[in-house]
Each structure stands twice: as structure tokens, then as C-alpha cells.
Write a protein that binds this ligand. Structure first.
Ligand SMILES: *Cc1c(COP(=O)(O)O)cnc(C)c1O
Length: 297
């Protein structure tokens, strides 16, 4: 299935908790771009792939865990671009590969497993690979080319309609791209999917040009226990949201973001007449890490 940039799907959400506060919520369904490589990773990779080709590299090399959206997106995007790919995977090779890793293999990615200790020291690890024709992409696609790609997300929409743009935050690369492509009067809100990463604001600022506007806020209290943690309360929330709105959310990022929007709305964070655009950044493939039947979709 090809990646489809043309079907831009904006889902309007109808709910009492929005009506009561007189606010509007639309969701930009980047998850619908592709079944596997949905969402922001594709945007973040776009200019790295171009750079690799411009530099005559043959192979994209990058990092990730067993359920990484970035690994699967890189494997697919490199293949589409006619490049080889190598995934440096955190931890011992498991007896049974995750669906993410199995699929990465079918997209032609070569998987190399390193210990968690080695994984922590990526610069040293990179130096052990002396392959001149490899182009290294940071874990999660963090970096200015990633920001450039992510800045194209909002161009898909009638973005001037919205007072608030809200998205999940991992490395902050997507948020930086959204800030770059927003107007001064818009509020860009990031929901941190990690616990205790308080350096995130600084990280986002570092990814932006020095003269960029500073119209963003990051909330740090919607991590549900930490990165990748998905307690029963979150699973129930995902299932309820799906049943009410037919909106599938992922357990790592977008569910926490949608939850945050509802919570902030109920706490009257948004003024009446606010128009919110949530970026559904994809990541649904990671839900396959759950046992079957846990989710309603
Ligand atoms: C990686 C990812 C994010 C986080 O993006 P960053 O640019 O790293 O902040 C958000 N949502 C989904 C679904 C992702 O896969």
C-alpha cells in the first residue's frame, strides 16, 4: 500500500464535553496516510532520505526498540526511496521477533542487536561502523531536517482556522516543526509522553532557529506512569474513544494526547470559541504489542 498524502482526513469530534465549553476539536488523521508507516515519522524522514541520496549514500542506518514506529517507518521509507536500511536494535535478539521487527525485515532492513549498555553510547557505537556509504539518522529522526519535514504537516490543512494545535511529544522534533509553520497568534501545545523529561522545552528551542516564535507550551503530567506505560485506565479510555468516535488511538502517544485535550477542556483551559486541531501522529502499529482482544479495534 503506497503512502497517500492526498487523502487528507480531518475528523470532527462531536462530544458533550466540547459543546459544554463551546470549543471545537478536529483531528488531523495522519494515521490514515498508511497502515504501517503512518504519521509523523514519514514527514520527519523525508529530508534525511533526500540528503542521503544527495550525498550518494546507499544505506540509511538508525536506532530503535522492538516496537519502534521510527524503525518501521525508516525501513519502509528507505525501501521506497531505493535505499538499503540498517536498524540498530536495543537489547538482545528476542526468541520471537516483534511484529514491528518482522515487518522491518520484510521491507529489507538489516537488523543488528546491541546491548542496552552499547545502545546508550550511540556516538561510540556509530564509530564502530566504518561503512562510508551509510547515512546515519538519529533515533526518532531528531534534528533540523526532521523539523523541516514536520513543518510540512500543517500545510496539509486549512491551518489558519485553528487557535490551538496539539500534538504528542517524544523528541520534540514534530512540535518544533509545528511551531515553525504556525502563526504567532496560535498556541502550540505538546503533551509529553515521557515522565520526567523536563529538558524538553529546551530541546525544542534548540531545534528551532534562534528567531523562531515561542508560542508553545508542553504539559508533563499526562504520561500515565511513563513512556510506553499503558495502565487499564488508559486502555479503557482508548476503547471508549473508539466506541464513541471511531477514532483509533495508540498506547504510547496519541491516547495520552487525546486524554489531555479532554482533561484540559474539562478544566476550562480553553476559552469558549477555541478551535483545536489535534495531530493524530499515527503509531497504531505499536498497539500490536498488546495481547489480542485488549483493544476494541
Ligand atoms: C515518534 C512519535 C511521536 C513523537 O514525535 P517527536 O517528533 O519525537 O516528538 C508522536 N506520535 C507518534 C505516533 C510517534 O510515533
Amino acid at each position: 500500500m503506497p503512502v497517500n498524502f492526498n487523502v487528507i482526513d480531518i475528523q470532527h469530534i462531536d462530544a458533550a464535553w466540547l459543546q459544554q465549553k463551546e470549543i471545537l476539536l478536529d483531528v488531523l488523521r495522519l494515521d490514515k496516510m498508511h497502515e504501517i508507516v503512518s504519521g509523523n515519522k514519514w514527514f520527519k524522514l523525508k529530508y534525511y532520505l533526500r540528503q542521503a541520496k544527495a550525498n550518494n549514500k546507499t544505506t540509511i542506518a538508525t536506532f530503535g526498540g522492538a516496537w519502534s514506529n521510527h524503525i518501521i517507518a525508516t525501513a519502509f521509507a528507505a525501501k521506497e526511496a531505493g535505499l538499503k536500511s540498517v536498524g540498530i536494535i536495543r537489547g538482545e535478539k528476542p526468541a520471537i521477533l516483534s511484529e514491528t521487527l518482522q515487518l522491518a525485515l520484510t521491507y529489507g532492513m538489516e537488523l543488528l542487536y546491541v546491548t542496552r549498555e552499547q545502545y546508550r553510547h550511540k556516538e561510540a557505537l556509530i564509530r564502530t561502523f566504518t561503512n562510508e556509504d551509510w547515512f546515519w539518522v538519529n533515533e526518532g529522526g531528531i534534528g533540523s531536517l526532521g523539523v523541516k519535514g514536520a513543518s510540512e504537516i500543517l500545510t496539509l490543512t486549512d491551518r489558519s482556522r485553528y487557535t490551538h494545535i496539539i500534538a504528542a511529544v517524544g523528541t520534540g522534533t514534530m512540535l518544533a516543526g509545528l511551531i515553525l509553520s504556525s502563526t504567532k497568534s496560535q498556541q502550540i501545545i505538546g503533551i509529553n509522553s515521557m515522565k520526567g523529561n523536563t529538558a524538553l522545552e529546551e530541546q525544542v528551542l534548540k531545534l528551532l532557529p534562534a528567531n523562531a516564535q515561542n508560542n508553545f507550551t508542553i504539559f508533563h503530567n499526562y504520561h500515565f506512569g511513563g513512556y510506553g506505560k499503558h495502565p487499564p485506565q488508559l486502555i479503557d479510555f482508548i476503547n471508549n474513544t473508539y466506541n464513541q468516535h471511531q477514532l483509533p488511538l495508540d498506547i504510547v502517544y496519541t491516547s495520552k494526547t487525546f486524554f489531555a485535550i479532554k482533561d484540559l477542556a474539562e478544566k476550562t483551559f480553553f476559552k469558549p470559541a477555541s478551535k483545536i486541531l489535534m495531530i493524530h501522529s499515527g503509531g497504531l502499529q505499536g498497539n500490536k504489542s498488546l495481547p489480542p482482544q485488549v483493544l476494541a479495534f
